[in-house]
Write a protein that binds this ligand. Sequence first.
Ligand code: CU
Length: 121
Amino acid sequence: MNLKFALPTVFITLVVGAQLFVVASPSQRVPCRIEVTARRFEFAPSEITLKKGEPVVLVLKSIDVPHGFRFRELGIETKAGKGQTSEVAFTPDKTGTFVGHCSVFCGSGHGGMTLTLHIVE
Ligand SMILES: [Cu+2]
């Protein structure tokens, strides 16, 4: 092949390839952020449906006093102080329904303060 034509072809291929890579990667990498608000004695929303294998960031916002949530089976936990926000990133690796509990004692209804994750295929 003539070098005069081969070099521009390689160059164009690289430029187009790089653009495709840049366009394709952010949507694949940025996990979905889901905000959960906690107040005595409930989480809102109280149920969330996630897809197995899709990374997510659960963002916890505590309104009144410190709260947290813990899912023992999924190995995730986060806590947020009064008026603060915290987050935990994870990728569900199993399907099912998982009930998490508030992980900071917050008063009389603390024991019944739950957040349910439905993880589907
Ligand atoms: Cu609580």
